[in-house]
Design a protein around this ligand. Structure first.
Ligand SMILES: Cc1ncc(COP(=O)(O)O)c(C=O)c1O
Length: 397
């Protein structure tokens, strides 16, 4: 009987241990969720749920729109909700810990959004900005990936050193965090790194599939015929187009593509190609456009989730003219990608004919574009001085 009793006791013990661990895991998950909920009541509560506004000048003056609405982002940028989703998913999966460093390679909005949102989650942010702001985006990404790895390596080094002396790792047996490690810009309290990877991380897509798409659907009461936006990572156009198509496959979804980007050709002819990259014409910088944050010459994981019916192209001067037109007529002070999106909305309106509700995105405010897009001197140097009195630059009187 003794071995039987021992076996029974052992199995009871293991059941107890398993239930203890299950209990612990459930408790940890519960407290993690409670912590996240608390975080959401802070700054994060101001992100998302942006109002849909009617662009009266485009809707009324041209007669092409039944209604043209825009999901605006005046409180920050369209990237804020992406930063929230990326950080939340990473915290939930354990890839990022509170006190950890979120790294990203970005010269623009995503950097600002991550740097703003990370502290709201008790994390820090380390952004790699290229000295040539328009350099190939994936190069910034690889530096940011390396930085995340460095932060995680530093964490494991600190852990090992703390095993030797938890109170003061710099004093014992010559064990100290090497100068090289300290030069990495991360403090020894750093809880590891996480590479946000906005181009390939599908949390970006999900932020729009679960956030922007449903917001548009609810705010229009499902009454829209088309959606159009430009793509940088592709997260916005992918998340929104897939959500809207899932709701109603008759809603037409389009891309508007800036100069230097190969996506228009990819969608319309299956080949990633841009005129600016043609032999003998290749610019020093293939993203030599005044627009910022949009246009790309590779297929990202996020962009591959798009459900599109077609694409349109636009130019820098059209974006500049559109921004001035909307400022004069609607009081909208918008950034370059937003202006290009509105050019796209007019292109769709012309293609569909009158009376079709169309939605696009105002990604950020003109305040973020003062040095180039809203700088008369810069525009004049680049022969982009606006001169239109109406929408004649789009073939409308
Ligand atoms: C100002 C701005 N507008 C538009 C976009 C494009 O959005 P997405 O990356 O979702 O394609 C970006 C992307 O960084 C951006 O910074």
């Amino acid at each position: 009987m003794a071995p039987v009793r021992t076996a029974a006791a052992a199995s009871l013990l293991s059941v107890a241990i398993i239930s203890y661990f299950l209990c612990k895991t459930t408790q940890n998950k519960y407290s993690q969720r409670k912590k996240l909920q608390k975080r959401r009541n802070g700054l994060v509560a101001a992100i998302g749920n942006t109002p849909l506004i009617r662009i009266n000048s485009l809707s009324d003056a041209t007669g092409y729109f039944g209604e043209s609405r825009v999901l605006e982002s005046w409180r920050g940028s369209v990237k804020d909700r992406v930063a929230v989703k990326i950080i939340e998913e990473a915290l939930e999966s354990g890839a990022l810990a509170e006190g950890g460093v979120v790294t990203e390679g970005s010269a623009g909005s995503t950097a600002i959004s991550l740097a703003t949102v990370a502290p709201a989650y008790g994390c820090r942010c380390h952004v790699v900005i290229p000295d040539d702001a328009a350099m190939e985006k994936h190069k910034e990404g690889s530096s940011a990936r390396r930085r995340a790895l460095e932060a995680s390596e530093l964490l494991s080094t600190c852990r090992k050193e703390n095993q030797i002396n938890a109170s003061d790792s710099s004093q014992i047996n010559g064990h100290s965090i090497s100068e090289e490690k300290q030069n990495m810009n991360f403090s020894s309290e750093c809880k590891g790194g996480f590479f946000a990877d906005q181009f390939e991380n599908l949390a970006n897509f999900r932020s729009h599939y679960e956030g922007t798409g449903p917001e548009i659907w609810e705010q229009t009461g499902g009454k829209l015929d088309a959606f159009i936006a430009a793509a940088g990572t592709g997260g916005t156009v992918a998340g929104v187009s897939q959500f809207l198509k899932d709701k109603n496959s008759n809603i037409k979804c389009f891309l508007i593509d800036p100069p230097g980007s190969g996506l228009y050709n990819k969608i319309t002819s299956g080949v990633m190609y841009t005129r600016e990259e043609a032999e003998g014409r290749r610019l020093k910088n293939p993203f030599d456009t005044i627009t910022e944050g949009i246009g790309i010459n590779r297929l990202t994981e996020n962009f591959m989730m798009t459900k599109l019916d077609g694409a349109f192209r636009s130019t820098d001067i059209e974006a500049v003219e559109m921004s001035r037109y909307l400022l004069k007529n609607d009081g909208l002070f918008i950034g370059s990608s937003s202006a290009m999106n509105c050019v796209g909305a007019v292109r769709v309106a012309k293609a569909l004919g009158s009376g079709h509700p169309i939605v696009t995105i105002l990604c950020d405010s003109g305040m973020r574009h003062l040095s180039k897009f809203h700088n008369a001197e810069y525009l004049s140097e680049h022969e982009l001085t606006p001169s239109a009195t109406g929408l004649e630059f789009l073939g409308l009187s």
